[in-house]
Design a protein. Structure first.
Length: 193
């Protein structure tokens, strides 16, 4: 019997990246100071881009919520430096891209989200930070967890889970000492009538 209701839901995510660079006057020894005498960074570029939630990520949600699988409690953000487009079949073990590991932080930065509100969860109050340590071209970002070394830069072993990945709208150049702040927001909605 047709009820006029649909049984579809929608899960979508969006990354926002911003790159900050020291405001310099000629060379690194002459960095700009603001009115308070503090060194200052300038916003060089921003990206706002949607991601693909991987099959691996969707299976994890279903297994945790309906099959009593163990929840992954700590997620990590990463950047990638190859011109490849992640798809639904992208996995932690076979990411299809090369992760960028050229940043000063010892480990992948944690995704430190606030509690869900209005069917959305985000780390906008505590963005993941990457202090770049080399000249690179960045193409996108991803969110990973689990396994034995999910916090380790460049790790693809140990049974981790890639929840999502996304390619920027265009490639972005970074240099030593640039800071990339990465925000990820995931939203859920019912596509019912």
């Amino acid at each position: 019997m047709e009820t006029g209701l649909t049984d579809r839901g929608r899960l979508k995510g969006r990354f926002q990246a911003e790159c900050w660079r020291w405001h310099e006057l000629g060379d690194k020894s002459k960095r700009f100071r603001n009115a308070l005498g503090q060194f200052e960074r300038r916003l060089m570029w921003t990206e706002d881009f949607h991601n693909v939630v991987t099959n691996e990520g969707l299976d994890h949600i279903l297994d945790v919520e309906f099959h009593a699988a163990t929840q992954l409690t700590t997620w990590y953000c990463l950047l990638f430096e190859t011109d490849t487009t992640p798809g639904s079949g992208t996995t932690y073990a076979t990411p299809v891209f090369t992760e960028c590991t050229a940043y000063d932080e010892a480990n992948r930065p944690e995704y430190e989200e606030a509690a869900a509100s209005s069917q959305s969860i985000t780390n906008s109050a505590n963005k993941a930070t990457f202090t770049i340590s080399d000249t690179k071209t960045i193409y996108g970002a991803a969110l990973v967890a689990g396994g034995t070394d999910a916090n380790t830069k460049g790790n693809t072993a140990g049974g981790g889970t890639m929840f999502c990945a996304a390619k920027f709208g265009s490639s972005r150049s970074v240099v030593d000492d640039d800071v990339i702040n990465l925000t990820y927001t995931v939203s859920a909605a019912d596509d019912g009538a």
